[in-house]
Design a protein around this ligand. Structure first.
Ligand code: SAH
Length: 449
């Protein structure tokens, strides 16, 4: 039987179980990507710079993508691999860390799409770049609250995480002590565990290792951390921007423009490109292609939230360290590196096999998902003045256009059938219509009673 519960009914049901309002606030006066330093980070890290300079001396200037990949995810000294950079003790804060309402609404979105897909018996939740595990944990809380809606569906959680440090934190939050690392280093599933409710959780380094089947993919601030290539329009045509050693200061790096085309500059620039400077995240393109193929073949959906643009911005590569914008080439490995996500590129790489929605601003998505009614429930249950203030401040942080409300965007991939117009069957005496598809939550304005 097809249960036609819409997103607003799901949110109403979640609202019956209000969390303690103080628990809904994780972090008080938050700024994105601008936070305190870890003690580990205070130590000088010459090894990353040494590693990069010897690489450049051996093979010549490296692409920005190679630079970014080494700095962020080098298995020994990479920024993500060594640090816990999120939250009050780290370098920056993200929406799931600001308030659990964010993850709860994403949990409702996932269940709503599972219903929209006809409630398949197996549901794989696949998160890319889970950070501290807060988003997955908030999603799973909604799953527990809506257990009766999920019926007999068998749900499992699959986390794609390159950082062993963060995977341990995720395991702690999601499974307590119920997880185990794989014996061999090259196992595709490098950690397995189980939540308190008995839901299986598995960790992978790459999306390609996640088993197939109906899956809902979600990624928050993941695509912006993937390596980008940078290109500059010159009189001689497009040239790739590379990273080289500064000849006057051998312990410093600098940008140079490649004198002739590189494989990336020949392959990654669109013939009708009008900008003078372009950033292309080829790795993100490959990942979105894989997600799209899986959605088209096995069913499911993807929800991607990040800061980004629709193919209009040029130079967005930046570093963050010590509450400040940080020179991307200085003290590599000690700061976060990031670039805005080009959603038009993701859409193009996803291809014609799937439908896409967005990007729409975070503020619009969260309001469509019912953040205002959720807030009202929390505020109604909260008499403590300081907690009320914190709730309002975190709501403001997530939705205000000058904070994260318009800088962050939501983008979704769906099966074409999910959005198909109802078919009309011509009968003898009457026209019979198949039911209209449920609206896609978050991307459609819903009315809340
Ligand atoms: N989604 C979280 C964390 C964002 S930080 C949040 O919003 O709070 C980026 C996350 O992606 C980290 O968990 C980092 O370790 C992971 N990551 C970065 N590059 C990755 C890669 N190439 N493969 C898998 N995970 C990666």
């Amino acid at each position: 039987m097809r249960v036609c519960l819409g997103a607003q009914q799901l949110i109403n049901r979640v609202s019956i179980h209000p969390v303690s309002p103080s628990a809904a606030v994780r972090w008080r006066a938050a700024q994105t990507r601008l936070f305190c330093r870890t003690t580990e980070e205070e130590k000088p890290r010459p090894s990353m710079l040494r590693h990069l300079t010897s690489k450049i001396k051996a093979t010549g200037p490296i692409t920005v993508a190679e630079y970014m990949r080494e700095v962020l995810t080098n298995p020994v000294t990479g920024y993500y691999v060594r640090n816990n950079m999120l939250g009050p003790e780290g370098d920056f804060i993200t929406s799931p860390e600001i308030s659990q309402i964010f993850g709860e609404l994403i949990g409702v979105w996932i269940i709503s799409e599972w219903i929209g897909a006809g409630q398949p018996k197996q549901l794989k939740l696949v998160e890319l770049g889970p950070g501290k595990g807060s988003l997955a944990s908030d999603v799973l809380r909604v799953f527990s609250q809506l257990r009766s809606v999920l019926g007999e569906a068998s749900v499992s959680l699959h986390l794609v995480e390159v950082s062993p440090t963060l995977s341990r934190l995720q395991a702690q939050i999601l499974t307590g002590n119920c997880s185990q690392e794989a014996d061999a280093e090259d196992e595709p599933v490098y950690r397995r565990g189980e939540t308190a409710a008995g839901l299986p959780v598995s960790w992978y380094r790459r999306l390609a290792d996640v088993p197939t089947g109906f899956s809902i993919f979600f990624a928050h601030e993941f695509f912006d951390a993937l390596p980008i290539h940078k290109f500059q329009r010159t009189e001689k045509g497009w040239r790739e921007v590379m990273v080289d050693i500064d000849p006057e200061k051998p312990d410093q790096l600098r940008f140079v423009v490649a004198p002739s085309p590189t494989p990336a500059s020949s392959a990654l620039i669109q013939a009708d490109e009008r900008r003078s400077h372009v950033e292309v995240c080829a790795e993100g393109g490959v990942i979105i292609q894989r997600i799209a193929q899986r959605i088209a073949g096995d069913g499911g959906a993807a929800l991607i939230a990040d800061y980004g643009h629709n193919g209009t911005k040029m130079d967005t590569f930046r570093g963050f360290k010590d509450h400040q914008l940080h020179d991307v080439l200085s003290s590599p490995g000690s700061a976060d590196l990031t670039a805005d996500v080009d959603f038009s590129y993701l859409r193009r790489m996803a291809g014609q096999g799937v439908a896409s929605l967005g990007p729409i601003p975070q503020r619009t998505f969260l309001k469509n998902m019912g953040i205002d009614s959720r807030m009202q429930v929390l505020l109604r249950n909260c008499s403590d003045a300081s907690t009320r203030k914190q709730l309002i401040s975190s709501y403001n942080m997530l939705t205000n256009p000058t904070e994260m409300g318009e800088r962050f965007h939501f983008f979704s991939l769906l099966q074409h059938s999910r959005l198909a117009k109802p078919k009309t069957v011509q009968g003898l005496n009457m026209d019979k219509k198949s039911p209209a598809p449920l609206p896609v939550a978050g991307f459609t304005e819903l009315s809340f009673s």
